[in-house]
Write a protein that binds this ligand. Structure first.
Ligand SMILES: [Zn+2]
Ligand SMILES: [Zn+2]
Length: 338
């Protein structure tokens, strides 16, 4: 089969011929029909995220049809449309016992991170990682649910986003579109921040009450102005450069929660007094749970959250998608249709 493989930091991705994975007991072989390109892939390429496993098929937002199932699989049938949950936990640690496989002490697999993912014609995963997809969602629009929408749900819950909160979302990509819609649906007032007007237009169309263009406006000052001095109760930091982190800290309301989802080369430095006198909290958010994937699929199927697909393209044009993402040109996801 054809697959786009990663060969290590600062090396180009390559389209290669590799064997179709063997199906073992409990497994499903999924014929991939759509796979989203996430910002994490850029972190692999730059070496900022180096998990040491390569060659590796990237891609953790994976949708397809069940092609074959292994022995002992009762709940899935060939032909069924599914989206893949990308973690396989150990099933025994304290986190796995409560369904938090994203924090597992001894991960068995993580597709597109340390195990072969979905930028290929086929992917093999345990059958329980296949979540059925309703007909209401087409393949390309389902792909961004796998990381974009689920990560948004997870971070919103960690931060306790609710009615009356002011939620500032810094950086407008696929996760942000999920965050904006979820927060607006939960009754929060959303401020979206980006350097690109076209992204801000889309953010407004999907429920952001206010937008700030960070190239033209001082973000923290403007956020204070929009909230009559209050600031943001929750800030979702998807960019995390020195410049954006400084603005985020300054824009936080009293008892505000600053949630790191994205990261860059830069470190977060803050004088403790800034957190002390406002009783602010700083949180990290990584990935999502299987339950959150089920809920994300349901929210999209019911039209509560819309995914944003900039373009679909065949695997052969992987470099074009990577370059466009790196240049910040994409409004939402580029989705491969192998
Ligand atoms: Zn991702
Ligand atoms: Zn575990």
């Amino acid at each position: 089969m054809r697959a786009v493989r990663y060969h290590g930091p600062k090396l180009p991705l390559r389209l290669e011929e590799v064997p179709v994975p063997e199906v073992g007991p409990g497994d499903a072989l999924v014929q991939v029909t759509a796979a989203g390109l996430c910002h994490t892939e850029l972190h692999f390429l730059s070496g900022l995220l180096d998990l040491g496993v390569h060659p590796l098929i990237l891609g953790h937002e994976v949708v397809g049809r069940v092609a074959r199932v292994g022995a002992g699989v009762g709940q899935l049938e060939p032909g069924q449309r599914v989206i893949i949950y990308y973690y396989v936990g150990c099933g025994r640690c304290a986190q796995c016992r409560v369904g938090e496989e994203n924090l597992c002490d001894a991960l068995q697999a993580e597709y597109g991170f340390v195990s072969d993912g979905g930028f290929a014609e086929y992917a093999r995963v345990p059958a329980q990682n296949c979540v059925p997809l309703p007909d209401a969602i087409d393949d390309a629009h389902a792909a961004p649910i796998g990381c974009g929408v689920t990560t948004a749900l997870h971070a919103s819950r960690l931060a306790g986003v609710g009615a009356g909160d002011v939620v500032l979302v810094y950086g407008v990509g696929a996760v942000a579109f999920g965050l904006i819609q979820y927060a607006a649906w939960a009754g929060a007032e959303v401020i979206a921040v980006s350097r690109t007007d076209r992204k801000l237009d889309r953010a407004r169309a999907l429920g952001a009450a206010h937008t700030i263009n960070a190239t033209r406006e001082p973000v923290a000052d403007r956020a204070r102005e929009l909230t009559h001095g209050h600031g943001a109760d929750v800030i979702m930091e998807l960019v995390s450069t020195q410049a954006t982190m400084t603005q985020c800290t300054r824009a936080l309301a009293k008892r505000g929660r600053l949630v790191f989802i994205g990261y860059s080369e830069d470190s977060y430095t803050v004088h403790p007094v800034q957190l002390v006198i406002t009783e602010a909290r700083v949180l990290g958010s990584v990935g999502n749970t299987l339950d959150e994937l089920y809920q994300a699929v349901d929210l999209v199927a019911r039209g509560r959250i819309k995914t944003v697909v900039d373009r679909t393209l065949p695997l052969e044009r992987f470099q074009e998608a990577v370059d466009s993402l790196a240049k910040g040109e994409l409004i939402g996801r580029a989705v491969f249709v192998p």
